[in-house]
Design a protein around this ligand. Sequence first.
Ligand SMILES: NC(=O)C[C@H](N)C(=O)O
Length: 628
Amino acid sequence: MADSSFDNLTSLARALSQPKLDLVEANDVFVSRNAQLHPCRRRKLSSCNSFESVEPVTSSSAEARVLVINTGGTIGMTLHDNVLAPKANAFVQSLRKLPILHDETYAQQTCLYDYYGSENTLVLPKPTYHSDQLFHGLSKENKRIVYTVLEYSPLLDSSNMTTDDWGRIGKDIEKNYENYDGFVILHGTDTMAYTASALSFMCEHLGKPIILTGSQVPIYEMRNDGRDNLLGALLIAGQFVIPEVCLYFYNKLYRGNRVTKVDAGSFNAFNSPNLAPLATAEVDITKLAINSLAFLQPPMEGVVLETYGSGNAPDNRPDLLEELKKATDSGVIIINCTQCLRGTVCTSYATGKVLMDSGLIAGGDMTPEAALSKLSYVLAKKDVDLDAKKKMMSQNLRGEMSCDLAGAKLCLSDSRFIQVIAKSLSISCKEELEAIRDALTPPLACAAAKIGDIEALEALKEMGSSLCLGDYDGRTPLHVAACEGHLKVVQYLLSHGATVYAKDRYGDTPLCNAVRFRHKEVVKLLRKTGAHFSRNELEEAGTELCSLAASGDVEGLEIWKLAGVDLNKRGYDGKTAIQVARAVGNKETVAFLVQLMSNKPKVTTVFHCFSISFMPNNHSFNLITILV
Ligand SMILES: NC(=O)C[C@H](N)C(=O)O
């Protein structure tokens, strides 16, 4: 991976109170939000010659939208002078000719290009029974997947990617976050695991899938893996709410910060040694070999040390240990990662304990890629002191390291409820106990959220359960806490990985729930964390506003406004709330609406989804393999 100065990418948090541009931007991919309104599409459709024969587009919610960011990599390369190099402006044309990746008939019949305002927009064929069955166990929305390709210039071999490129991808996702259901990043395989790890830390409070993929053989070749990889990534990004940065390759969906490239000559190029793939659809990282430790001097602030076995190094080299100790004493954060593909760092051996005694932090079963990205993310946290940074490095932040299973077991057996159930089912082995835990904890967490019991939520988390999982109706603890208006619980859940974009069986988000039950503070907090109404929810919004206006319910109108909904939205009969209030002669409501629409919003909603205050200048760290 190419070296670069770590530019100070200042926080991208920004106020959403300003209306976003509704215009198609220079590169033609940023689509007008208004253009998504179903009636517009209907009007455009009706002007199409072949409208009668079109499979009816009942609403815009029949389509899922995915943004594909093409950064380069082998998937779009061609041979020149016997070497592979990226080819600009050829990818979309080539996809257009592949029926498996684009349905031109549907595009023509539904005026897709006019409607989305971009020649770079394509649509997958209707999902078949077979592709429906591809991903077992994940909640799925059965939709047409419309995707728009944003091609970077220049396209890069990923060995040339720098941290600036990570920042660019993050910014583009942030810019387009509300307009798409998911994101696919096309990327070279050589440094894909680094970018995946970096994005996983950059994207705080992520609510939608970001899936990196690429290929080993260019998509232009007759026999290639690019088509399958792209198709799989699109199907997942468009159909499933997996709020994670993932990597999809060779029929497997991995957590992005768990993978490493293991094979330069096989389609099966990636492995996630310490975490099973999230779903199955069935060369070399330059390391700095050192023989001197001069590199531990300032301005070095962090080091990922790749050590032997379970985190061991020679304990008969006092010179080496002394240098490490001096460095950690002076504030350098050194993470101890194992060179082994599988297994975790622990202090079973004297040769491992000496490293911990020298102040190193155990990297558990993190990949070096994830450790390096996490280190850069943590080092960039300006308002966090050194001890807290060290603590963050030793804790699981985004699923990049496994929790202490021994601890989980102990807590599981401590939990009387689960213990009794496990006993009555004669369950004794760890795997079965964990399966019981995973089945039981979502409803338990929802029950705790309902009564505002943060301690109970904490206890469930300690047991190793995820607080993001939904119950049988897909309702997460965050949905429940939002309905109940438990602000502290909402705060707690948001800071422990809950996603604001979770949708229940009825397509409702926690924001929509908080609005329904009129919990203003919860609405404000959710908005601050990046929540927005889904397109489904927005379709009903105009009618809802009109009925609130008809009944003079100004409190109701205000809370919809707080939730970021445009009060000019039209109801089913084309009227706006203010027109309805005028029609029923409710002057107070009219005056209130006029004031509400002219006033600047009372809350400043700040988008925290992506705070890429990442890798500031002067932060210096390195990945080293220890050779002694
Ligand atoms: N298969 C690949 O994509 C390898 C290529 N050199 C890259 O990382 O861009």
